[in-house]
Design a protein around this ligand. Structure first.
Ligand code: ADP
Ligand code: SF4
Length: 701
């Protein structure tokens, strides 16, 4: 199908120094939790982006020297020649699909606690490191020899990047990850030498690094500078006016400007707090300061917005991290005029949690993300069916929708039965909660795809029983019946229910179904710690309830630190008048009061509790699965070969986990996975030659 000519402008080539990107789609550097530990998985993930049409595909930060590494987070390393083969595999994989490969060289400066290397971090001043965990580590102020060393390390790393086959290298001064940014930001840079004071002085190190890297590799490689436009803390930090001055000062020096906000949580804001193109006000006008191409991000998923960015002269290239994670084939779909097939990022930042937990990137919308090499999953393709078996999927939540869609793509005849009148399961309700509207895209994308599949039939208003299923004659039954929230306090801190007497109790399901407390004072007890407690507090406060959020954690929605939202959630709740009482366990309720116990001392106190909202654990809705199992002796006559619970019905979890579970079912149907084999591939570090007695001989006995 030909693409819409309106979007042709997105497919114009862009010169980046000595190299040319085939189009304006630019996958900016993004972390993924795989890095040096999972290089082939990483190479495959990046290659899929190239296959999906991105003109440039970049790495995550590639740490150039052991004096700046951000353990426990797993990134890339360019420490020595040992790293080159791994880096080359990634570049080669990107080149296999005709994209330019970019390596984001990074010296984290005083962002790096160096817990692995145990080197002393270096930065503009003697200050504690600016790391996530407030590590008890201080950086030391760099002297002239350190600056010489840093310049040489950048140069050496750029040469290694060239040997590994990259087309573009970065000098990274953004997000308080790239060390030179600590020199740019006056709150960190208190130097009185030629690297401190005036903006020109504070930009001197960045200028020298770009010059050095250009000198080393600029004849064959594009040299990009990634810089933050604002720390969003006012004049105390680097702010928009100053960042513009830096860009004007260095305007023609790099071959490309890549613009971000700082820190990462400002750069990658969730849809709860920011709309598509939210960075536009910060990057507006930068193009007028330089003739070099300008890349910017803003969770772009709409081709119309992308075109506007180019036509209005805001950007030259459409930068994307998350939209490229949710849909690695976004450019190709635009090129082919398949706009309705775009799997739009929902802005949930579950992808970020993969990096924050040093596990592996995952995506709510794209369950294949991170699994391309490990399990052989592809975001667009799946192997054809292996039999003529018909499949019944019960429940149209994220798990059931994904299973039905991917089974449909495999070519199976599928029936999807849903008790309700809409598709989406938990999402049908959750998308109506404050700030979660974009999450509905998980259901909408799948509903749209299913609507085009002649081999998938959808049945609404169809609450199925075990007897119904036995009467249908499907070979495989998928039970994606979801979960419900518990009506007691059993969750993380309490494994048996607290006595709740006559307290008027509401679960999240009740509130989402429209039930509301009669009293205006509500005690919301959150022992779940992800988004639900905070969202419901926001909902009720917005409706005029006086809400007290009690939690055993130190803060509201504490797990959302992993999605970089916690501070925004807490601020919003405070602004909406929600009282937050941390470090408290709900021991008892009734008679209009609750007994709360301090999580440290056990000391108790009383709180008013006219109505109680419990955000505790969830119970899988496995009644149907159990009833079917109870009748397993009838399966053979009914033609049933298997019945499998997936998603929340198997074990309640995130929406991402439910989608992933649906995908797994669809991938594995009619395969016979070896139960003794590992469920995925992994790489084990290559062992160096080793002689134990030679190593230990140097030790005194
Ligand atoms: P998941 O996150 O695992 O997809 P959800 O709770 O979002 O789970 O969705 C489960 C869906 O299953 C809901 O839409 C619910 O209405 C539906 N459902 C539950 N039990 C039945 C049943 N017996 N027959 C048909 N649909 C059901
Ligand atoms: Fe977007 Fe969420 Fe996927 Fe990240 S996990 S790419 S935010 S949909």
């Amino acid at each position: 199908m030909p693409g819409d000519p309106r979007y042709d402008i997105l497919f114009e080539s862009v010169r980046i120094g000595p190299v040319v990107a085939k189009n304006r789609f630019f996958q900016v550097p993004h972390c993924n939790g795989m890095g040096y530990r999972d290089p082939s998985a990483l190479a495959t993930m990046r290659a899929v982006k190239a296959q999906g049409g991105w003109g440039v595909v970049c790495s995550e930060q590639a740490e150039i020297h052991p004096s700046a590494e951000i353990c426990p987070f797993i990134e890339l390393r360019v420490w020595s020649e040992q790293d080159v083969p791994m880096l080359a595999r990634i570049a080669d994989s990107i080149h296999a699909y005709d994209a330019l490969a970019g390596l984001q060289l990074c010296h984290n400066g005083m962002n790096a606690p160096n817990l692995y290397s145990r080197e002393i971090p270096i930065g503009p001043a003697d200050l504690p490191v600016f790391s996530v965990f407030n590590d008890p580590v201080q950086a030391r102020a760099m002297d002239k020899a350190d600056i010489r060393d840093l310049r040489k390390w950048h140069r050496d790393a750029a040469l290694r990047a060239r040997r590994a086959g990259y087309d573009i290298v970065y000098v990274y001064a953004g997000k308080l990850f790239g060390g030179p940014m600590f020199f740019l930001s006056r709150r960190f840079n208190t130097r009185t030498d030629e690297y401190g004071g005036t903006l020109e002085n504070r930009a001197r190190l960045l200028k020298e690094l770009i010059e050095d890297v250009k000198d080393a590799v600029g004849d064959t490689m594009g040299v990009a500078c990634r810089i933050s436009m604002d720390e969003m803390i006012g004049e105390e930090g680097l702010h928009a006016a100053e960042a513009r001055e830096v860009i004007a000062h260095l305007a023609e020096l790099p071959d490309l400007w890549d613009l971000t906000l700082s820190s990462w949580d400002n750069d990658s804001q969730t849809s709860r707090f920011a709309e598509e193109a939210y960075q536009e006000p910060f990057v507006l006008g930068v193009k007028q300061l330089t003739s070099k191409p300008v890349v910017g991000v803003g969770r772009f998923t709409s081709p119309d917005t992308m075109v506007r960015m180019i036509r209005q002269g805001v950007l030259d290239c459409i930068g994307a991290a998350r939209p490229s994670i949710a849909d690695p084939f976004l450019p190709e779909k635009i090129r082919q005029g398949r706009i309705e097939d775009i799997r739009e990022c929902i802005g949930c930042n579950i992808c970020v949690s993969g990096d924050h937990t040093a596990s592996i990137v995952r995506c709510t919308q794209n369950p294949a993300m991170g699994e391309e090499w490990r399990r052989g999953w592809h975001p667009e393709y799946i192997r054809p069916k292996q039999s003529e078996a018909r499949v019944l999927v019960v429940g149209a939540g994220p798990a059931g929708l994904e299973a039905a869609m991917m089974l449909g793509r495999r070519g199976y005849a599928v029936a999807l039965a849903e008790r309700g009148t809409v598709l989406g399961g938990r999402l049908a309700q959750e998308r109506k909660l404050p700030g979660l509207a974009a999450w509905g895209r998980v259901a909408d994308y799948r509903a749209g795809q299913l609507a085009t599949m002649a081999n998938v039939e959808i049945f609404y208003d169809s609450e199925l029983s075990a007897d119904d299923i036995l009467g249908f004659g499907f070979a495989h039954v998928v039970l994606a019946t979801g979960a419900r929230w518990r009506r007691d306090t059993v969750a993380r801190n309490m494994l048996s229910p607290a006595p709740l007497g006559d307290a008027e109790i509401f679960t999240p399901d009740d509130l989402m179904a429209g039930m509301r407390p009669a009293a205006r004072d509500v005690l919301l007890y959150d022992d779940d710690h992800y988004y639900m407690g905070g969202v419901l507090a926001e909902l009720l406060a917005g409706e005029g309830y006086r809400v007290t959020l009690v939690t055993p954690a130190a803060e509201a929605s504490s797990w959302t630190r992993n999605t970089m939202e916690q501070h925004r959630i807490q601020a919003r709740l405070i602004e909406r008048g929600v009282a937050i009482r941390p470090h408290r366990v709900l021991r008892e309720a009734g008679g209009g009061a609750a007994v709360l116990a301090c999580t440290y001392t056990g000391r108790t106190e009383h709180a008013g509790c006219a109505a109680l909202v419990l955000v505790s654990a969830r119970l899988p809705a496995h009644g149907l699965a159990r009833a079917l199992l109870d009748k397993s002796e009838q399966w053979r006559d009914a033609g049933i070969l298997s019945a499998t619970a997936i998603g929340d019905a198997l074990a309640p979890g995130t929406i991402a986990a439910a989608v992933w579970s649906g995908r797994r079912y669809a991938e594995e149907l009619d395969t016979a996975p070896d139960p003794d084999a590992l469920p995925f591939r992994r790489e084990v570090a290559e062992l160096l030659p080793f002689n134990i007695s030679a190593v230990l001989a140097r030790q005194p006995v």
